[in-house]
Design a protein around this ligand. Structure first.
Ligand SMILES: Nc1nc2c(ncn2[C@@H]2O[C@H](COP(=O)(O)OP(=O)(O)OP(=O)(O)O)[C@@H](O)[C@H]2O)c(=O)[nH]1
Ligand SMILES: [Mg+2]
Length: 325
């Protein structure tokens, strides 16, 4: 049972994920994740407007450059600056603080207009993580397991990357660290068979969330893409009453290229949501905006570090405030 995205459930979140987390911790993590992008965007701008009484055309031009450099996307950057320009006219000037407030508001509106995550319905959940090599799938599987644990869920990890040497061991180490169950088979085994075992084990052990790590793949490799379809068929057959989602993991450090990659991958893998990893390692964090706007899929989570707790649920207003404020 695949639950679809909607356009109206603004701020619905994903079943109160991370509801137990303190707001201040969440905020600190997001700020840390966006530190490089924020610094890069505003250092020059702040230096430029330091001694000026009003925001002028030059300032707005700098702002436009900064937004584009952060990989928000040219079209969106122009749109945002145009909106701010209108405000500046209306308010006859204004300072940088006001400019940032207006920019935050406009960005929030724009992000709220993008597809929003649907609340995960009640009941057990199978999450399939897909994406190209090295983007952060395995680490994100561990992060999702950690957060599910935080919500009191009983979790099981499925080691369905049987292809890359060391992948099973990597996930096993995470499982030990987090003290969650893991189902695995030998190196080279059929990934769909691992998922079959995992679901059987989950049902036997009253597990309500199965998180499936898969091997990195390119959307052009049709045999590897059909391997994903096979995994989904196994979930449909073995757990027809479970909720099912396919999360495409993207690497934020490649900036706008992640948008291109996503466009190609989303359809081939029938992804239902996006997790953008490694936001902390880039000044191109604006790509979150580009992805939210250009793909018809909700951004669900942001990866902001290498530890299990370094995951933040995406929320438009909070993101805009952390990026700009
Ligand atoms: N800074 C940072 N590093 C991350 C994040 N997510 C993953 N990484 C690192 O990125 C590297 C690759 O992560 P993996 O989780 O192994 O990536 P993968 O997609 O499973 O890779 P393959 O299985 O080889 O396709 C590791 O060194 C991770 O620690 C993140 O949000 N922030
Ligand atoms: Mg992996």
């Amino acid at each position: 049972m695949v639950f679809e995205t909607n356009k109206t459930g603004a701020g619905a979140g994903t079943a109160g994920t991370m509801a137990t987390e303190k707001r201040s911790d969440l905020w600190a993590k997001l700020k840390r994740g966006l530190f490089m992008t924020h610094t890069e965007m505003f250092d020059r701008l702040e230096a430029a407007v330091q001694d000026r009484a009003v925001i002028d055309g030059d300032t707005l031009e700098l702002l436009e450059e900064a937004l584009i450099a952060a990989d928000i996307g040219v079209q969106t950057s122009l749109e945002l600056v145009e909106n701010v320009r209108r405000d500046v006219r209306r308010f006859e000037g204004g300072d940088l603080v006001k400019l940032k407030q207006r920019l935050t508001d406009h960005l929030s509106v724009l992000l709220l207009d993008a597809p929003q995550p649907l609340a995960v319905p009640e009941g057990p959940l199978a999450t399939l993580l897909v994406g190209v090599n090295g983007v952060g799938k395995t680490t994100s599987a561990a992060k999702l397991a950690y957060h599910a644990q935080g919500r009191g869920q009983k979790v099981l990890l499925a080691a369905a990357d049987t292809f890359r040497a060391g992948a099973i061991e990597q996930l096993t180490i995470w499982a030990e660290r987090l003290q969650v169950d893991i189902v695995k088979q030998a190196f080279g085994a059929d990934p769909a068979a691992v998922v079959f075992d995992a679901l059987r084990a989950a049902k036997a052990r009253n597990v309500n969330e199965v998180i499936i790590d898969t091997a990195g793949r390119l959307h052009t490799k049709s045999h590897l893409m059909s391997e994903l379809s096979k995994i989904k068929r196994v979930i449909d057959r073995e757990a027809p009453d479970w909720n099912q989602r396919t999360i495409l993991v993207l690497d934020a450090t490649i900036g706008q290229n992640a948008v291109v990659q996503a466009r190609e991958f989303v359809e081939a893998a029938e992804a239902t949501g996006i997790l953008l990893a490694k936001l902390d390692g880039t000044a191109k964090g604006g790509v979150v905006v580009a992805i939210a706007r250009e793909l018809r899929l909700p951004v669900l989570f942001l990866g902001v570090g290498e530890r299990a707790e370094d995951l933040v649920e995406f929320a438009p207003r909070r993101f805009a405030e952390a990026l700009i404020g």
